[in-house]
Design a protein around this ligand. Structure first.
Ligand code: SME
Length: 167
């Protein structure tokens, strides 16, 4: 039996994210703030971070951006690897209730049991993603998904406004 996050808790955190969006001077500051708020306020969110898509001369790669939690060995992830690669290449949210059963999973911490990865879109293109790991199995229910997708949506809008949509 798993307990999902209460709607009231998500609503409270959403308000905090809205305040942050109003106060943050840049998209980078906003993203840093999101990782901090989600990591602090959502007890099952044990690692919270952004990966941003770099479309260089060679194959596109996801580069680690602002994050909270333990250091990760995965600072660069190609699109054909990991749950992160799957979310970015399909442009769809990926929720994995038990990472040990998903062959795509790239281990970050031995304690991680479940994960959610939500793409960030700007002008209709995937430009990055918000990745969250939990030490609890099936930690990400509908309320969590809505909250994380809300954060990713706001970041996409900020990036559009700043014109930072392609690298
Ligand atoms: N687990 C991710 C890699 C990133 S770490 O979780 C921070 C994946 O499978 O893509």
């Amino acid at each position: 039996m798993t307990s999902t996050t209460k709607p009231e808790k998500c609503a409270e955190v959403r308000e905090e994210i809205d305040r942050l969006n109003a106060d943050a001077k840049t998209a980078d500051k906003f993203m840093e703030g999101i990782t901090r708020v989600l990591h602090e306020k959502m007890l099952k969110y044990n690692w919270v971070g952004f990966y941003m898509l770099e479309r260089g001369a060679q194959e596109p790669v996801l580069l680690l951006g602002p994050y909270q939690g333990a250091m990760t060995p995965h600072t660069r992830i190609p699109l054909h690897q990991g749950i992160c690669g799957a979310a970015a290449s399909t442009g769809r949210t990926v929720v994995v209730d038990d990472v040990s059963k998903d062959s795509r999973y790239l281990a970050c911490s031995i304690e991680t049991k479940s994960e959610i990865v939500v793409p960030v879109f700007a002008h209709g293109d995937v430009v990055g993603e918000l990745d969250i790991d939990s030490h609890f199995p099936a930690a990400f229910g509908e309320e969590d998904r809505d909250l994380v997708e809300y954060c990713a949506h706001l970041v996409g809008k900020r990036l559009e406004t700043e014109g930072k949509t392609r690298s």
